[in-house]
Design a protein around this ligand. Structure first.
Ligand SMILES: Cc1cc2nc3c(=O)[nH]c(=O)nc-3n(C[C@H](O)[C@H](O)[C@H](O)COP(=O)(O)OP(=O)(O)OC[C@H]3O[C@@H](n4cnc5c(N)ncnc54)[C@H](O)[C@@H]3O)c2cc1C
Length: 535
């Protein structure tokens, strides 16, 4: 069994090659003006002094509850920049008191009963890839203790309804194991967030995650047919329906509820035949905003490309998909049913008409072959999958590295884009420090777009968390001022709550609070996430 790192991304024995690390360290001079960088080694378990658990498991639950130091350390944080900074500081001062690994729904019911009657906060935990403080047991002083409820043992595809093309799947399954179980039937959920390797179905649903479909099925929401949850007052199950006009949609109350209303235990998911036909191309544009105009046209064309990602020149360069002087647009179509020649032809027409340069060898039209895995798209894809490992290494080298994403209607896109670039440079740089800001478009809609910014700067050693707050406040403030949302697909957690509170209406806050009180009367489920903390 490979063991995952308790402090960061991936398996203990995986990670970048020494040559990759040397290349990263060497690039920091020219890119960020950082010379003689010092690498902080990752923490070891022996270096940590974990606070003794403040509560203990009742005998009946000891089978599924542990106070093991590795498990407690591994459940202390998610995988955000703030989390990594504190891990590298060896700051594990607030671990969960207990970690539970239930085997079934009855176990979860018993755990919720125990926690509700003992005033112990429960933090549902899927893959632990939260980047917004969603799994951190930071619940305030009103609770006797905290329990991280890890769903990893609920990891099976239970049933496949081939006729309706749907599958009943347990919530704790991580991406690769989910796909492994669907593959023999020629099926796939086709939901591939960048965190796919170490994130779970329940986590995707609880956070409304965004997958690889750049248009149409951008969020997991569209793939959920029905849900089953265990709440402190009992089980809630929604009906399997392709659509319904019977009042507000019940499953939509729970999709995005981030563990505050109940524990998602399984879901019927809409699934797909594995694609056989693929078509793709990449186009180069003089500037990012010009490329974005083609993304708008594609999103409004009804062609529904599976991939429609625009990288600004530097983003393309850093991901090996361009030379750094042009924006690169990656477009891909996929189908299990029909050839895609007509779709490709029309998308090429739109791109070229808007001044996009498309080299003949950048066009691929294949059957049964992953056409996207070569050329610009292939380079971008492999860099995309390696990025989380390299991100941890950058933090070790003292680089501030964080991503900020949003969504905005097309009419306000350009102003928002420029305002965010300005805010990012101002807050991320300063005091003679270089700051690099890149942008890519990750998802596109007929009425708007989701831009995704990456900020790289020398970290203010010792004051990284303050630096994060400054940059986050400046960038998300600019996003909200210019019509954007706090997040397009990274969820709210604890870290983004102040921004979320600025964008939601009072009436909706009241309704959400009332739902929370009704389903979780003692307030033990993930306190401080989505709503202010407090029993
Ligand atoms: C490198 C990296 C890349 C990422 N890329 C993407 C991306 O491409 N798209 C994207 O959308 N996000 C991305 N994320 C963010 C993160 O992966 C998503 O939010 C993901 O959906 C979280 O899933 P998880 O299983 O890891 O959930 P966790 O981190 O374990 O939990 C997230 C939240 O959901 C709650 N929760 C988890 N499971 C359940 C359950 N069964 N029932 C109720 N509540 C539950 C938790 O309490 C917590 O509030 C990325 C993160 C990292 C670190």
């Amino acid at each position: 069994m490979q063991r995952r790192r308790f402090w960061g991304w991936g398996y203990e024995n995986a990670g970048p090659e020494p040559s990759e690390l040397a290349a990263v360290a060497a690039a920091l001079g020219p890119l960020l003006g950082m010379q003689d960088v010092q690498r902080t080694p990752p923490p070891s378990l022996e270096e940590l002094e974990l606070r003794p658990p403040r509560v203990s498991a009742p005998p009946a639950l000891q089978r599924i509850i542990t106070g093991d130091a590795f498990e407690r350390a591994a459940h202390s944080y998610g995988k955000s920049y703030r989390d990594l900074v504190r891990a590298f500081r060896r700051d594990f001062s607030n671990p969960p008191d207990l970690v539970a690994v239930p085997e079934n729904e009855d176990d979860i019911r018993a755990l919720l009963d125990f926690c509700a009657s003992s005033q112990i906060a429960v933090i549902p935990y899927g893959g632990g890839s939260s980047v917004c403080g969603g799994v951190e047991p930071d619940v305030g002083a009103a609770f006797a203790g905290t329990l991280s409820l890890d769903l990893r043992r609920l990891d099976r595809v239970l049933e496949i309804d081939r006729t309706s093309r749907a599958a009943r799947i347990q919530a704790g399954v991580l991406g690769p194991r989910l796909e492994q179980q669907l593959a023999p039937a020629g099926l796939s959920l086709r939901h591939f967030p960048q965190s796919f390797e170490f994130s779970s179905l329940g986590g995707w649903i609880a956070t409304r995650s965004g997958g690889h479909f750049a248009t149409l099925y951008t969020h997991i929401d569209e793939l959920v047919e029905s849900l089953r949850l265990v709440t402190p007052i009992g089980t809630v199950e929604t009906r399997r329906l392709p659509g319904s006009g019977a009042g507000p949609a019940p499953e939509r109350l729970f999709i995005g509820s981030e563990g505050v209303l109940g524990v998602i235990v399984e879901a019927w998911m809409r699934i797909f035949e594995r694609p056989q036909f693929r078509a793709s191309f990449s186009a180069r544009f003089g500037d990012f905003v010009g490329g974005a105009e083609v993304v708008r046209q594609l999103a409004q064309s009804g062609l529904h490309p599976a991939n429609c990602r625009l990288l600004d020149p530097l983003e393309a360069l850093l991901n090996g998909a361009g030379s750094g002087d042009r924006a690169v647009l990656l477009v891909g179509f996929e189908s299990a049913d029909h050839p895609l020649d007509a779709w490709l032809t029309r998308a090429l027409e739109l791109s070229r008409a808007a001044g996009g340069e498309v080299a003949e060898d950048a066009i691929r039209l294949r059957r049964d072959e992953p056409g996207e895995r070569q050329g610009d798209a292939g380079a971008w894809r492999s860099a995309f999958l390696r990025a989380p490992y390299l991100r941890d290494e950058l933090v070790a080298l003292g680089v501030f590295v964080e991503t900020f994403e949003t969504a905005v209607t097309w009419d306000r896109f350009r102003v928002l884009y420029e305002a965010v670039l300005g805010a990012a440079h101002e807050a991320g740089g300063g005091a003679g420090h270089k700051c690099v800001v890149t942008c890519r478009i990750t998802h596109a809609y007929a009425d708007g777009v989701a831009p995704y910014f990456t900020v790289l700067a020398p970290a203010r050693r010792g004051a990284e968390l303050e630096q994060w707050t400054d940059v986050k406040t400046a960038i998300t403030g600019a996003m909200l001022r210019h019509g954007g949302t706090t997040t397009h697909h990274h969820a709210i957690g604890r870290d983004f709550l102040p921004f979320y509170q600025r964008e939601r209406s009072d009436g909706f806050s009241l309704a959400l609070t009332a739902a929370k009180r009704a389903l979780d009367p003692t307030g033990v489920l993930n306190p401080g996430v989505l709503l202010d903390s407090g029993p």
